[in-house]
Design a protein. Structure first.
Length: 478
């Protein structure tokens, strides 16, 4: 026999889990809900009380019932900034290629790929812009300029102002995605054998570039909510001939933090004093959940040696491969490196993005999708609490769409990735975010998958694998 209060509680729970309500949202008042559902006040109150008992709601004096914040999910621990690493060659990146190959299988649910599902992308709008570019441009019979299409560089110069950086179109170089921008930036500042300071953990794409260029990586401990440890970076700069430093300061991949302007200025001052160029990856900078767009390093000090890299793979469409790079000190060298690498980027895709930006569709898309990502995060946190063991720790991203999970120390994320792949689920194990294979008990997942039954099924299966591994350890210890 099903009671009316139970039916209401189940319906509201489903709405909470599916992200209809976010943490901190107020539920309709008891009287209003009773009228809306044609139920008695006692029935609604009983349903609300049950959800409160199960941890989904909380009460506030004279205010009503609210969706409970996810305080019961532990946040990840701070790295030990006192441990000094040694410069090293990058190893283990073959796992990235294996993960990419597995993720290309349409049967695999891609929890580990930082590629937004089509539901989060403005594909129809960019398709129209592509059609316009093909219809109106007359450049197929010649090469585009190495620096890129003037129309796109003008639009990007305007957008850079939102980060605080006053950049002219002539100081912008269009690249084949942000990855090529990072590659050109490191080629412009280093030579084989040089040392590059990096966040730890860091985006594995940075590690791939370092490996391909024959450079050495120097890991700097990184706080999960504040960013790279300035004291550890200072010690590294004093002890090693660091030639460049790579940082993802806004909605970092994989931790999701935003570095404060105060800390950014401190990092800039430190690097400037040692004459070390800063390579800034701002790929996720447009995807903050709340508040104004974060500042860029470049926007905080236009005299500093900053090479700013970004792209539209995370916000418009990955396959367009449109990125850009700007520097106040090295633009001529960067353009030469681009020219000798692949001459220039295709004009059609550049013009399509330029038209899309000029139309205002990009800003409208951002206003919508940022809320969708926040709701997707809330849903994913619900699933973590429902299916994963209590011992896990989780990052608290302020934007973007990736989560960093810290598992109990005895759980091997690389082995877990293999087990998950057997169930047609891909994850990104922690060691691929370190040149030395650290973070063996960590993994990154994306909550940018379209919210379908298969995502919930995949999270449930992954949670079961982690729970089983955790119980096996507990049983052996007992």
């Amino acid at each position: 026999m099903s009671f009316l209060y139970q039916e209401l509680a189940d319906e509201l729970k489903a709405e909470i889990v599916n992200g209809h309500y976010l943490s901190g949202d107020r539920l309709p008042g008891i009287r209003r809900m009773s009228i809306h559902r044609n139920l008695s006040i006692a029935t609604v109150l009983a349903a609300y009380r049950q959800l409160q008992d199960h941890g989904y709601l909380e009460t506030r004096p004279k205010s009503g019932f609210f969706i409970r914040a996810r305080a019961d999910i532990k946040t990840i621990k701070q790295s030990d900034s006192n441990k000094q690493a040694q410069p090293c060659a990058v190893e283990g990146q073959e796992m990235v290629m294996a993960m990419a190959k597995a993720a290309s299988d349409p049967r695999v649910i891609k929890l580990g790929s930082a590629i937004p599902a089509s539901a989060f992308l403005p594909l129809r709008g960019i398709e129209k812009s592509l059609a316009k570019a093909i219809r109106t441009q007359r450049r197929l019979a010649s090469y585009e300029m190495p620096a890129g299409a003037p129309e796109l560089r003008q639009q990007l110069a305007r957008r850079m102002a939102e980060t605080g950086a006053m950049v002219t179109p002539d100081n912008i170089l269009i690249t084949n995605g942000c990855q090529e921008a990072l590659t050109l930036a490191l080629r412009a500042t280093t030579k084989p054998g040089d040392i590059v300071a990096i966040e730890s953990p860091t985006f594995y794409g940075v590690l791939q570039v370092i490996e391909s260029l024959g450079l050495k990586a120097l890991e700097i401990p990184t706080h999960p909510t504040e960013g790279i440890a300035a004291d550890a970076l200072q010690v590294a700069l004093e002890n090693w001939p660091v030639k460049a430093c790579v940082i993802v300061p806004n909605f970092s991949n994989p931790l999701g933090y935003v570095m404060s302007d105060y800390r950014k200025k401190a990092i800039l001052k430190l690097l400037k004093s040692k004459q070390v160029p800063l390579i800034e990856d701002d790929s996720f900078g447009d995807l903050g959940f709340n508040g104004p767009r974060p500042s860029s390093f470049l926007g905080l000090d236009d005299t500093a040696d900053v090479l700013y890299c970004s792209g539209f793979a995370k916000t418009i469409a990955p396959d367009l491969r449109v990125g850009w790079l700007t520097s106040n000190h090295r633009q001529s060298k960067l353009e030469f490196l681009k020219f000798t690498t692949n001459l220039a980027c295709p004009s059609v895709t550049q013009l399509a993005v330029a038209y899309f930006l000029e139309s205002g569709k990009y800003d409208r898309h951002l206003r919508q999708v940022k809320g969708e990502y926040e709701r997707a995060l809330n849903r994913t946190q619900q699933l973590l609490e429902e299916f994963f063991p209590d011992e896990i720790r989780v990052s608290k991203p302020q934007g973007g769409y990736v989560l960093w999970l810290e598992l109990p120390e005895h759980i091997d994320a690389v082995m877990l990735a293999g087990q998950a792949l057997d169930k047609a689920i891909s994850i990104a194990p922690g060691p691929i975010f370190s040149p030395t294979g650290k973070f063996r008990n960590c993994l990154r997942i994306s909550f940018a998958s379209a919210w379908e039954a298969e995502f919930r099924t995949a999270m449930k299966a992954l949670g079961s694998l982690i729970t089983r591994a955790n119980r096996s350890r507990s049983a052996s210890v007992a």
